[in-house]
Design a protein around this ligand. Structure first.
Ligand SMILES: NC(=O)c1ccc[n+]([C@@H]2O[C@H](COP(=O)([O-])OP(=O)(O)OC[C@H]3O[C@@H](n4cnc5c(N)ncnc54)[C@H](O)[C@@H]3O)[C@@H](O)[C@H]2O)c1
Length: 358
């Protein structure tokens, strides 16, 4: 697929093609006093050499790394990096480049927005999930203990550079985790897009590239309508209310397997679609289709009654809640959403029963 550019008022998304030329041009324009590249332990190994070969030799940069994994998307990692930036002479004209998956772009974006009250940053997403979702739209943040994304700011990157070559080293389970967010884009956008993501073979590089670009456009369209998540943007949280609670629970509970973000969101989408069916008459045959499609790629996770109670208890931390009430984004049909839907606890329990019975 040829290169694409999405020019926005604040930042640009450059996709394949001549993206690295645009990147080097921007570095020249920004004329930063110093450049810091934030990586995790995996992207340091797999992505940094490729980056090194493409950044113009006229620019010097310092590397800052931390251990890969969601459990490091926290304030301790920030403290270490803020100290490192200070020690290495970071100032208000420094530039931060986040080279990695959603953990690096979320955390690195947050560091950039808070260091010296904010320095410019560029996202170079290297996982599928970060390309189609996390690096776009300006949400930057960290987890608070086990609770997902509780601390953060909204500010878009000056540039998001997407080079799909990075995906060649991404492990398969992380490709699938990213596909879950693309399936979400399908559900909130249209029957047509749902069908094309459902049928997407992630090993088919050219088809994957086309769908990545389409997903970026869908996310960008929604974010542009509502950058600060007052209304429309909430639909991007489809499946995430329960998905985040399941992910948090799986990360802290030694008895359950730790789930990747997309794996937890896939369960959250089955539950949300069941709730949509019960609460808003989402068509039954589409509920079956959604459940079947998601279960095919994301194997069922056995949850005990106690697990489910503890997951439901975590819902109080969801950022869409109002006055202590848990608010869901639900669908009347594919592409037709309703925000701020309050659902009784009994129905949430029934959704888990439905999932366990599939
Ligand atoms: N800000 C947002 O709008 C938004 C949206 C969706 C998700 N998120 C966040 O994104 C995070 C999940 O993102 P993720 O799935 O990218 O997780 P991740 O950053 O942990 O990346 C997944 C794994 O792949 C490795 N990796 C990344 N790129 C690689 C490559 N090219 N080759 C080899 N290994 C590579 C990473 O080191 C990591 O081990 C979560 O924290 C989630 O909350 C944010």
């Amino acid at each position: 697929m040829s290169g694409k550019i999405l020019e926005k008022e604040r930042g640009t998304v450059c996709f394949n093609g001549r993206a690295w030329e645009a990147f080097n041009r921007l570095l020249k324009e920004l004329n930063a006093s110093n450049i810091f590249v934030i990586v995790d332990s995996n992207t340091k190994k797999y992505c940094l050499p490729y980056f090194n070969d493409r950044i113009s030799s006229e620019f010097n940069f310092e590397i800052i790394d931390f251990k890969a994994g969601e459990q490091h998307k926290n304030i301790d990692t920030c403290l270490t990096i803020w100290n490192d930036l200070s020690a290495k002479g970071g100032d208000r004209n420094s530039l931060i480049i986040n080279l990695g998956g959603g953990v690096v772009t979320d955390l690195g974006g947050f560091i950039a927005c808070t260091f010296k009250r904010g320095v410019e940053f560029i996202n170079i997403p290297t996982s599928l999930l970060a390309m189609v979702d996390a690096s776009i739209g300006g949400k930057n943040g960290i987890d608070l203990g086990d609770i997902k994304n509780q601390i953060g700011v909204i500010k878009p990157a000056k540039m998001v550079l997407i080079d799909t070559q990075f995906l060649s080293t991404l492990p398969k389970e992380h490709l699938l985790s990213g596909k879950a967010e693309m399936l979400k884009h399908g559900l909130i956008d249209s029957d047509l897009y749902w069908k094309s993501i459902k049928e997407l073979e992630i090993d088919n590089q050219s088809e994957l590239e086309e769908r990545i670009w389409e997903s970026i456009l869908i996310k960008d369209k929604i974010v542009s309508q509502d950058p600060f998540e007052k209304r429309e943007r909430k639909m991007l949280n489809y499946g995430h209310t329960l998905g985040h609670a399941i992910e948090s629970y799986s990360l802290k509970n030694a008895a359950t397997k730790s789930l990747l973000h997309g794996e937890a969101v896939a369960i959250g989408m089955i539950l949300a679609t069941y709730l949509s069916h019960q609460h808003l008459d989402f068509p039954e045959e589409k509920l079956n289709d959604v459940s079947y499609t998601l279960l095919k790629s994301y194997p069922k996770v056995q949850l005990s009654k106690e697990d489910i109670q503890k997951i439901i208890a975590l819902l109080i931390y969801d950022k869409k809640n109002r006055s202590g009430k848990v608010m869901f984004v639900l669908l009347e049909d594919i592409g037709k959403f309703k925000v701020d839907q309050e659902v009784p606890d009994e129905l949430i329990l029934k959704a888990f029963e439905y999932y366990q019975g599939l």
